[in-house]
Design a protein around this ligand. Structure first.
Ligand code: NDP
Length: 244
């Protein structure tokens, strides 16, 4: 059984940015939130404290989603505490370069984190969801994966792959009461945008501003709620009207 009598939600890359907002939102919704980060530190401690201060419950689980061993860490948690009700595959990185200049490491690390990370973590989690005949998987993709963005061939490929995986897995597990959806943020104010020419970017966004992590988290919360039980295989944009 779970460490609490609440349903558990696992948020990968939950110590900062969009993942942090998702962790806070799901805790407010009443989930016991398992916040994943690569290494425990100040940021991850602060998320736990903020959740607990607001009356929620949470714990840290450290692993690197891009490593095969991460699946074993997740399986061990499930064995000790019971199945997750919700999995949010949020951990992601970008390593931008034009394809002609791209280094093998830039291609590989982005695919390993954004796409293989989904595989490594979702496999052990979905097995238990299927046995329990319920569950929610939400994959954080990107407008780049829908439209393709110059300078992000690696990232666009990984996110487009994740969109395909979302739709295929949704079809595989729908009869067992498990939904699988993707949320596709546009430009959201986090450290992931460091180094981008934001003045120029904002001019191209119809809403005229960046999005906030909380605006992405609100959609994830809805997808994890009982009201969203008939939504599956969907890709929901949160992008202020920019489709690239
Ligand atoms: P941040 O860089 O702010 O946060 C990324 C998080 O992912 C960090 O907590 C980081 O943890 C974690 N992470 C990275 N690699 C790994 C790994 N191998 N294993 C475990 N955790 C990892 O980015 P955002 O919050 O902006 O991004 C969150 C998601 O949203 C990503 O998937 C991103 O692609 C997507 N997205 C973001 C957009 C934006 O405009 N911000 C737009 C579209 C999509 P650590 O502390 O270990 O580095």
């Amino acid at each position: 059984m779970s460490t609490t009598d609440k349903q558990a939600a696992l948020v990968t890359g939950g110590s900062m940015g969009i993942g942090r907002a998702i962790a806070l939102s799901l805790a407010k919704d009443g989930f016991h939130v398992v916040v994943n980060c690569r290494k425990a530190g100040k940021a991850s401690q602060e998320v736990l404290e903020e959740i607990k201060k607001a009356g929620g419950s949470a714990e840290l689980l450290c692993f690197d989603v891009s490593k095969k061993e991460a699946g074993g860490v997740v399986s061990a948690w499930i064995e000790a505490h019971g199945p997750f009700h919700a999995l949010i595959n949020n951990a992601g990185i970008r390593a931008d370069s034009l394809l002609v200049w791209m280094k093998d490491e830039e291609w590989q690390s982005v695919i390993d984190t954004n796409l293989n990370g989904f595989y490594n973590i979702t496999r052990p989690v979905i097995k238990e969801m299927l046995l329990g005949r319920k569950g929610r998987v939400v994959n954080i993709v990107s407008t780049a994966g829908q439209a393709g963005l110059a300078g992000q061939v690696n990232y666009s490929a990984a996110k487009a792959g994740l969109i395909g995986a979302t739709k295929a897995l949704a079809a595989e597990v729908a009869k067992r009461g498990v939904t699988v959806n993707a949320v596709a943020p546009g430009f959201i104010a986090t450290t992931m945008l460091d180094g981008l020419p934001l003045d120029q970017v904002i001019k191209r966004i119809p809403a005229g501003r960046l999005g906030t992590p909380a605006e992405v988290a609100a959609v994830v919360s809805f997808l994890c709620s009982p009201s969203a039980g008939y939504i599956t295989g969907a890709v929901i944009p949160v992008n202020g009207g920019i489709y690239m």
